[in-house]
Design a protein around this ligand. Structure first.
Ligand SMILES: Cc1ncc(C[n+]2csc(CCOP(=O)(O)OP(=O)(O)O)c2C)c(N)n1
Length: 360
């Protein structure tokens, strides 16, 4: 059993069913996607230049990131992973905060007051029980807000996925579980993740709604997430959405996908480029021109450039930050690790000073 794949426009941008929004909203969505791609490309370049640390690109997933977050209201909570800073920015996380995270600044783990975005979850699937609990708590407090929880296909093999989704189903937590099925968990293909035909079909086992959507079709993602959020707000419980998409780049900038992926695989999936699909749809309606494209790209470049400047003007991060905020009461072994780490760094700095002086 495999659920139908929801599509609103085909890869040529032609509508195949009712479009869930007007041209103004679709244009705003396209502008966000262009911004997200600009950010991602710049971040990869910054990593290659050694100006930020390892980076997890989301190229190819812009429809998922932009449209799912676009469906949120300000009071709703977003729980992202390390790959979902695109969605976080669309939900209001300042661009320099998103970039500062990848530049190793611990301050960026906390979104500003009023921006309902959790810190990115690096351990796989730990945010799923958190989402179930936040949703349940909000319901108990009488709030009408909902939660959007991002995770990958790999996360669905973790115990936390089953526990979190099951809990949310039982307690009718207002959560949209949004699985970006991008084909791989690092090098492990989806076919090795589950014997089920899809992720969405597993919703039935938890007694919740499930939907499979073309994750490269921004309008389909918007439609599915909006309906799921409305259901959550009305007390209809959680939904498990599987967005079928493809990760174009490497898992992170430390990964080499040519070692485990066939180069023709992306074209065989026939999902098209998510930005191109929405652009074609709007252009055919006369609602997107070359001038619009130029203006969107220029605005995106300026926004990213300002964030790069702001992050590079910050004081360098304190190396001890990787030890800070881990334990409330630090065990002795941990204090010892910190002491040794800092002593090692001190020796490294002294050694490089000696080398420089010796070379003069
Ligand atoms: C609990 C845990 N186990 C293993 C890892 C190492 N790890 C980092 S990313 C990743 C793959 C995750 O794949 P998926 O959930 O599909 O997300 P994607 O990165 O593809 O978006 C793994 C196994 C981790 N971060 N946390």
């Amino acid at each position: 059993m495999k659920l139908e794949l929801l599509r609103v426009v085909d890869t040529g941008g032609r509508p195949v069913r009712d479009v869930p929004c007007g041209d103004d909203e679709a244009r705003a969505l396209l502008q966000q996607m262009i911004f997200l791609r600009t950010f991602d490309e710049r971040a990869v370049a910054l990593q290659r230049q050694g100006r930020i640390g390892t980076y997890a690109p989301y190229q190819g997933l812009e429809a998922c990131q932009a449209a799912a977050a676009f469906a949120l209201q300000k009071e709703d909570w977003l729980l992202p992973t390390y790959r979902d800073h695109g969605a976080a920015m669309v939900h209001g996380l300042p661009v320099e905060e998103a970039l500062a995270y990848w530049a190793g600044r611990v301050e960026s783990y906390r979104a500003p007051e009023g921006v309902n975005v959790f810190p990115p979850a690096v351990p796989i699937a730990t945010q799923i029980p958190h989402a179930a609990g936040i949703g349940w708590g909000m319901r108990l407090a009488g709030s009408r807000a909902a939660v959007l929880c991002f995770f990958g296909d790999g996360a669905t093999s973790e115990g936390d996925f089953h526990e979190g989704v099951n809990f949310a189903g039982v307690y009718r937590s207002p959560v949209v579980f949004f699985c970006q099925n991008n084909g791989y968990a690092i090098s492990v293909p989806f076919s090795r993740q589950t014997a089920a035909a899809s992720i969405a079909v597993r919703a039935a086992g938890y007694g919740i709604a499930g939907e499979r959507v073309d994750g490269n079709d921004a309008l389909a993602v918007l439609d599915a997430v909006r309906r799921a959020l409305a259901r959550a707000r009305e007390g209809g419980g959680p939904t498990l959405i599987e967005a079928v998409t493809y990760r174009v780049g490497p898992h992170t900038t430390s990964d080499d996908p040519s070692r485990y992926r066939d180069p023709d695989e992306a074209s065989r999936l026939n999902l098209g480029d998510p930005i191109e699909r929405l652009r074609r749809y709007l252009s055919a309606r006369g609602a997107w021109s070359d001038e619009d494209e130029g203006a969107a790209r220029e605005a995106a470049r300026a926004r990213v450039a300002a964030a790069v400047q702001a992050v590079e003007a910050m004081a360098p991060p304190d190396p001890a930050d990787i030890f800070n905020h881990v334990y409330g009461a630090e065990p002795a072994f941990f204090q010892e690790q910190r002491r040794r780490f800092l002593a090692e760094l001190g020796r490294g700095a002294a050694a490089s000073r000696e080398t420089m002086e010796g070379g003069r």
